[in-house]
Design a protein around this ligand. Sequence first.
Ligand SMILES: Cc1cc2nc3c(=O)[nH]c(=O)nc-3n(C[C@H](O)[C@H](O)[C@H](O)COP(=O)(O)OP(=O)(O)OC[C@H]3O[C@@H](n4cnc5c(N)ncnc54)[C@H](O)[C@@H]3O)c2cc1C
Length: 403
Amino acid sequence: MLIIVGAGAAGLAAAITAARRGIEVLVLEQNDRPGKKILVSGNGRCNIANRYPDPLRFHSTHPELVKKALQGYDAQRVLAFLGSLGIETEEEEEGKLFPMGRQAASVVKLLTRECQRLGVKLVTGCQVTEIRQEEREFALESSRGTYRCRQLLLTTGSPAAPQLGGSNAGMLFAQSLGHRLIPPRPALVALESDARWTQRVAGVKLPSRISLLVSGALVTEREGDLLFTDYGVSGLAVLDLSREASLRLADWEPCELSIDLMPHWSKERLDKRLSDRIDTERNLPLDLWLEGVFHRKLVPIILEISRIRIQGEKDLTRKTIRQLVYTIKHLKLPIEKTRDFRYAEVATGGIDLAEINPERMESRKIPGLYFAGEILDVDGDRGGFNFHWAWSSGIRVGNAVRK
Ligand SMILES: Cc1cc2nc3c(=O)[nH]c(=O)nc-3n(C[C@H](O)[C@H](O)[C@H](O)COP(=O)(O)OP(=O)(O)OC[C@H]3O[C@@H](n4cnc5c(N)ncnc54)[C@H](O)[C@@H]3O)c2cc1C
């Protein structure tokens, strides 16, 4: 028999794959229902996979092992698995795949229906509290009593989104059994700043290019939506660089964002446009021109940070133009921390892949102990990569467990 702890994407994919091979499967889940993270994913639309699961879209301390684990598990293989459940998909921009009906709830329904059809036993409301190795068996203590098995799969995910069952419990069980844990950190998460001015523009969203500066040096940059909030910044571009910021902040490195508020205009074009106004459009006050370009709430902030006082028609001088262009192209925002796990979609870190056979997802230290999904030290980019990892590593285990 195979016991699986955690009925998320990875656990359910493994349960179905193993049960289809005739293996008896018992799944223990602490929530009152399986697949809670699937249910909320992609705002309820479920970005279920990605057409192009290039290993570069996955992050780990051991990228070469992620590459091995993904070998042979391309989008086609994942889609064949989903298709076998009755989940048809459709592609959106950047290879993002969604169930055709755009309903995460139906994905969970089809997964659980297949589990039932195959006779997989699913015990919900069952929190595993301790795992011991006793001779050739694993003994699991839970809120519903003791369970024993010879093959155990941990798919308890990461501490991201604890309100949906996110927890580091499985990581700690694995650690107590002798596995190395790379500390999990929030990723795909908004960033907090002490700069008070973001509160004055909370709710304002705009396209931007954001550079992450660590100790003053450029580390990475992303283009996309930026959303100012009471606590700092969010939006897709911020989520995309949050992983890097999270790791740097955990190391106490000073982090700062440099925001280009007009990513589609070069510095030269902006400079020229403003310079032309000195000669031709003196009657239009600078703040009014800015209101034509930016949200009205952002204008006083741009002027304050540029240290420009509006005095009348002769606002613009060569000096003020230089200051203004610099602020618009390099608006600085110090970052103190990421938001906590409650607001994170995933976590970096997890069980070290170096101690896992990437073909079987089985422990190299403890035969019969398997891992899949986010509990492992793998996290993907936004765009369906995290589910791709959960499905494919889960299917791998389902194919690897012994009859
Ligand atoms: C809001 C949000 C939106 C997301 N949207 C997307 C998206 O659109 N596309 C995408 O690719 N990824 C998305 N993700 C990430 C994706 O949901 C996860 O990477 C994926 O669900 C991980 O699957 P998993 O099976 O490894 O873990 P999980 O889905 O987290 O499953 C782990 C399960 O284990 C259970 N568990 C934990 N500890 C115990 C215990 N001690 N005893 C018993 N049960 C336990 C938990 O309750 C949980 O049900 C999103 C995440 C969030 C939070």
